[in-house]
Design a protein. Structure first.
Lengths: 319, 274
């Protein structure tokens, strides 16, 4: 009792401790966000610093804009082609590293190397890859020709398909390491008695992976999916610096589109602001969707795992 | 059978190791080769033209050292600010009970999920109005509100901080902020160090914000310098271009070689938060 009242006395200090955070948060994050939303209803463009309200016309304009739609399509294509192999590779290494720990030497080294691409400036990585594929003296091109795979120099940067593929690959290359480490942590945090019980019951490693590991990784899966989708929607550095959105706007992502609208040519801040709001709406919808879908399954399977473990528990105590 | 699987796993791992390191190695090799050599064909081992490329790079106004110190200044100051104020906020949430505490903490959780670029246009216009474009202030001060760091540190405090210690110090009549600075901060230092690494790397690597805010060339940060390598000046001097790229990566490679253990551990800890 005494302790509780003492805490209450000091409680007001809590506000002082968290005050700087919330002041800066309001000024530098919340205000700019609402200001962006505000600007999306105006005609602010070019060198003007005054604006008037134009209702939803920016939104309508973007809705019917081919380039805007294409940028959304580009973003999703590049994201999916990066994400599917990324999650598969990370799951594979996560499962493999935790299953054979002790037997496989150098897991620490592999983790360090796999994570390394993520630490390097994305801007540098983008230009590095574009220089590896540069026409006609890029090392990749030279190797492929030397190996006889390419009969002549190939203009990777001119091909829409290859540009998208390479950007997806760069994203994969940068992110499979961190995702692997998250999965390893997730798998290691699963109660080992579950596996022991399953083994006693004669489950194969494959069964254990799909029946125990995968369902129990759901929370981490949700986290990875949501952060990857939200991050993917904002993908900027790599597509912008790898090919500048080209060729033929095939790698112009949503974020690159917004940037180009606001900071090049006409300075269409109003259009860029409306694009940002569309981005926010998509981020919210997709996050909620992922959360709902995976969480519902989660509940079903949690019940099942609970049932299974109860059964197992009974059997074990009977032994 | 089991050995065969282990061997296969090794092969796959080594393939991915090569995949991760190959681009860096090719970059390094080409940074030491002359443009003529690069045009003649591919090589897998370094040559001797490092200094020529260095001179070619510097001759064309690649302000490497300037940008390095600019980036160092921005990332160190924003990290110090982020660490101190995040620790302050985390401790506020951890050690005190006040009205709306839960709601305010939930706001922090929400911010972590919010797309960071969302307010970019408004942020830029706002800075334009108060005359802070082409200044480092908008790159540094927002670090006070680092939601992810606050969350991480709050979890850290909950798992390991002895609150009795604070109460014992109070009896000696110490002021709350003094207690925080003298006693709480040192105890938190392992977690602060982890967050500091991520803070420095994150700030160092950030590209969009400096790109839209900074206009004078002598204020360029390292990632901004990279775009110079894509301009026409270097379109003919491949060796210099590769070397410039190599230099922009070098500080991070060194940091990673020294601190990879803590970085990997930090990433793993971030995963536990779910």
């Amino acid at each position: 009792m005494k302790r509780a009242s003492k805490k209450l006395d000091y409680g007001k200090y809590g506000y002082f401790f968290i005050l700087p955070f919330f002041v800066v948060f309001l000024v530098f994050q919340i205000y700019p966000m609402f200001y962006t939303i505000n600007l999306s209803f105006t005609d602010l463009a070019g060198l003007a610093d005054k604006y008037s309200y134009v209702g939803l016309s920016n939104y309508k304009l973007l809705w019917n804009n081919v380039m805007f739609r294409k940028s959304i399509g580009n973003t999703f294509i590049i994201w999916i082609v990066n994400f599917v192999p990324q999650i598969l590779a990370a799951l594979f290494f996560g499962a493999a590293f935790t299953a054979v720990s002790g037997k496989l030497k150098g897991i620490g080294f592999f983790k360090v190397v796999f994570y390394m691409p993520n630490i390097i400036t994305a801007a540098s990585v983008a230009v590095m890859f574009s220089s590896l594929f540069i026409y006609p003296y890029g090392p990749i091109d030279q190797i492929l020709r030397k190996a006889g795979i390419l009969p002549y120099s190939f203009q990777f940067m001119r091909s829409e398909t290859w540009s998208r593929l390479i950007i997806s690959f760069i994203q994969f290359w940068m992110w499979f390491g961190p995702t692997t480490i998250l999965f390893i942590t997730g798998i290691l945090s699963i109660n080992t008695s579950l596996y022991e019980a399953a083994r006693v019951d004669g489950a194969t490693p494959t069964q254990m992976f799909f029946r125990i590991t995968l369902p129990l990784l759901k929370p981490i899966m949700i986290y990875i999916l949501v952060t990857s989708v939200v991050g993917g929607l904002q993908m900027f550095d790599i597509p912008f610096l790898y090919a500048g959105g080209g060729p033929n706007y095939s790698t112009q992502t949503l974020a690159v589109f917004i940037y180009n609208q606001a900071f090049t040519g006409q300075n269409n801040y109003n259009i860029a602001a409306a694009g940002s709001v569309y981005l926010l709406i998509m981020a919210i919808i997709l996050s909620l969707f992922i959360y709902r879908v995976l969480n519902r399954k989660d509940r079903d399977e949690e019940q099942e795992t609970a049932r299974t473990s109860r059964r197992l528990g009974k059997r074990r105590s009977a032994k | 059978m089991k050995t065969a699987r282990l061997v296969l796993l090794y092969v796959i791992c080594i393939f991915f190791v090569l995949l991760c390191l190959f681009p860096f190695w090719m970059l390094f090799v080409n940074a030491t080769r002359s443009t003529v050599q690069i045009q003649q064909g591919v090589a897998f081992f370094p040559s001797v033209h490092f200094l020529d490329n260095y001179n070619g790079l510097m001759k064309n106004g690649f302000m490497l050292y300037r940008a390095f110190f600019n980036s160092l200044f921005v990332s160190l100051s924003s990290t110090v600010i982020a660490i101190y104020f995040s620790a302050l906020t985390a401790f506020g949430f951890f050690a005190y009970n006040f009205k709306f505490k839960k709601a305010l903490f939930n706001i922090i959780l929400l911010i972590i999920m919010l797309p960071g670029q969302l307010g970019m246009i408004g942020f830029y216009q706002f800075m334009l109005q108060i005359g802070l474009t082409d200044s480092y202030i908008p790159l540094i001060v927002p670090a006070v509100a680092s939601a992810g760091t606050v969350f991480f540190l709050t979890q850290y405090l909950r798992s390991s901080f002895p609150l009795e210690l604070v109460e014992a110090t109070r009896i000696d009549g110490a002021h709350e902020f003094m207690i925080f600075n003298r006693i709480v901060l040192p105890i938190m230092s392992p977690a602060l160090a982890t967050m500091a690494i991520f803070g420095v790397v994150g700030s160092w690597n950030s590209y969009v914000m400096p790109l839209i805010l900074i206009s004078s060339k002598d204020k360029y940060t390292m990632p901004m310098l990279i775009q110079l390598l894509k301009t026409n000046i270097y379109a003919t001097d491949y060796g210099a271009m590769f070397l410039g790229l190599f230099f922009t990566m070098l500080p991070l490679i060194i940091i990673y070689l020294l601190l990879s253990k803590y970085i990997i551990r930090g990433v793993a800890m971030g995963g536990i938060k779910e």
